[in-house]
Design a protein around this ligand. Sequence first.
Ligand SMILES: [Zn+2]
Length: 272
Amino acid sequence: MQEYTITPINTGIVTTSKANYLYHNTTHKYYIKPGEDDTIHLPVACFLVQGAGKKILVDTGMSSTEIADKYHHPGSVQPEGYAIHEQLKKLGISCDEITDIVYTHLHWDHVYYTPMFKNATLYAQRKEYEFAKNPIPLYYKSYEDPRLNIEPRIHPQWEGRDFVLLDGEAEVMDGIWVYPSPGHSVMHQTVVVHTKEGDYHCCGDLIFTYDNLKPVEELGYEITPPSRFLDIAQEWASIVELKKRAASAEFILPTHAPEMLDLIASGRILGE
Ligand SMILES: [Zn+2]
């Protein structure tokens, strides 16, 4: 099977709280101290995958500070040089060289600057794409639906682009495949990349911290559910499935886990 390398890239910082994102309210007492300021600054990772003469992105990360702070999470920042095209430039790669983009899902902080990748083939789950094109108003912000009553109008970054739409588990190319992991969004998917170290699971927003993989014995939970989700029953089943499929936590690469900051700072290229 084709082997790839994976370069983790951070595209900025989203500011939120442990209570609202990381830990389900039934588990707060195990993870959040009473009276603690639980504000947390999460990375927005994406992944450059290289091999077989291809340069592939798993997600493209977040927007400028202006848009992130104004329309999404106040206090979020994209420091100068953190936008995906700037990060790629530092690696000596131009946007035109990106051959493929596989999206875990189509929320705003996973799709930014897509228009710059003119030569890339885009992949998403069909059900995710269909919902993203016509979300319920509750999710207008997440997908940057043009019907948001704000000026200047924001639009989904992928508007007008063709996608290769996937229906469930699918091979994207030799050594890269996806499987559905719904719950955070309608049809979130996890992207698996084969490397010589093993198979890495880019699991997007399925988990927000590695703590989400841990059982809560006292409650009889086999996982620690997060607090931001669309369907908790699907979310739960998807996390259990992720634990079953991944060789260990080391092979799980979430978008926003604070622990990812250490990996990114280390400059390690996975599978090299
Ligand atoms: Zn996200």
